[in-house]
Design a protein. Structure first.
Lengths: 232, 232
DNA sequence: CGCCTCTTTGAGCTCAATCAAGGTGTGTGG
DNA sequence: CCACACACCTTGATTGAGCTCAAAGAGGCG
């Protein structure tokens, strides 16, 4: 609980809690604990009963579902400020709808379902803020659906731009704030790794993007934007 | 307002209003009016300011977005009991995120935004019911994302099953409760009409499905289910 | 009767999947 | 410290599902 209090200053600026007094945020986190996860460690396992939901503090988590066909599909990337499994808390016997896997070392606040039912549920303002996060997610999913007919190059460009952190903008360069492998891009787009690699290699050669370790940098945002809207 | 009162008996059984007294439902519909639309008539136009949201009464509406590439994509099929544009009502200056087009003659209750802000917003229970509808929609979108790698046959089968009305089950036959063209199936899956036609023609020849007018009937649900899970 | 939507079938072509093989870096146990 | 496994990246060759283009028949409607 002590670690939790020290994390308060991290939580409070998130849109979810913006403007709320310290005491109130503390109340909203009642019974919560900080989970620290390593690269590829599982935070939530799909199918298990959901006794808590999470607010991402730092790092990132990929939310995956495994299709009957064997291969996993990435449904969403959760970055700091995002909630995981909050939508299903009001259900009678909530089951986790996705598996959440850490991308690099990450931290999240796990808040027990009881706290949600007791404190969050009766706060309409807060419910709307969660709804806003979901609205974003829904928008991304709809966007993805819109691009099913588009060539893969366009879909990759779109993904990079969606994940590019606006805050890191320097001139025409953007930086992705999460470590992202080609495989993960492929799993998120429903494509093969090889195809993603071929596309991104071309862009690297052209100087549109650069990769160090697993940090992707969009060097020529203008070009990538052109591609993402199909103007190539 | 008179027509509205006569529609009350239709609205009240919807999960959205289930268990609420007549007077309360009437209050929730304050200022509302019934919109009757013909086949292919536009109920909502994407991009326009949203002064009202809708609860579908009868028939169906397809929610579409037009991609920069020109072609339209169907994001969702809204059937009776579903809400359209409710999620964005709390926003300061809400714009319609989709175009809603009538599929066959349909009816919907248009409820002004003010009523939402005055009556709906302060009712947490109601907000959760809307969230449930959205949860369903989100689940469908995630499901669609999961199937991006699956062959088209599987995706078509999955769509048919999603739209099949459980209530119409007769033995192993299911009926789709909305008139659906091959083009609409294609637009929903991000595929070409021709490909959809070829697949469904095969199924018709095999006796798995039958079409009269634009009412699709799944004759051999077992076979279609097999195909939808990739067991073909 | 001409226009429009919806359906159908055929032929050719292309994008991206699959298969195959090799390279690199990191962690792990002997 | 080496060997081995494992995750990730890369490149090439082959193939096929599904797109595009083309052409045409069947209602429904003003």
């Amino acid at each position: 609980m002590n670690a939790l209090e020290s994390a308060l200053s991290e939580i409070m600026p998130f849109p979810l809690f913006a403007g709320y007094p310290r005491g109130m945020v503390l109340e909203l986190c009642a019974g919560g604990r900080i989970a620290t996860t390593d690269h590829r460690q599982v935070l939530f396992q799909m199918g298990e009963p959901a006794s808590a939901f999470a607010v991402v503090l730092s790092g990132a988590y990929k939310l995956t579902k495994h299709s009957p066909g064997g291969s996993d599909v990435i449904v969403h990337f959760s970055t700091p400020g995002d909630v995981i499994a909050a939508l299903i808390m009001p259900q009678a016997k909530p089951m986790l709808p996705v598996t959440a896997v850490s991308m690099g070392p990450s931290r999240a606040v796990l808040i027990p379902r009881e706290t949600y039912l007791k404190v969050w549920k009766s706060n309409p303002e807060l419910i709307f803020r969660i709804q806003n996060l979901l609205s974003t997610r829904m928008h991304l999913l709809q966007n993805h659906k819109m691009l099913t007919r588009a060539p893969l190059t366009q879909r990759v460009a779109d993904l990079l731009l969606n994940l590019a952190d606006e805050k890191t903008k320097q001139g025409s360069a953007l930086e992705l704030s999460l470590p992202l492998t080609r495989k993960e891009i492929a799993d998120s787009l429903g494509a093969s790794v090889e195809a993603v690699i071929r596309i991104m290699s071309d862009w690297s050669k052209l100087g549109y993007i650069s990769t160090t370790d697993q940090q992707i940098r969009v060097e020529r945002a203008d070009k990538i934007i052109d591609i993402s809207i199909g103007a190539d």
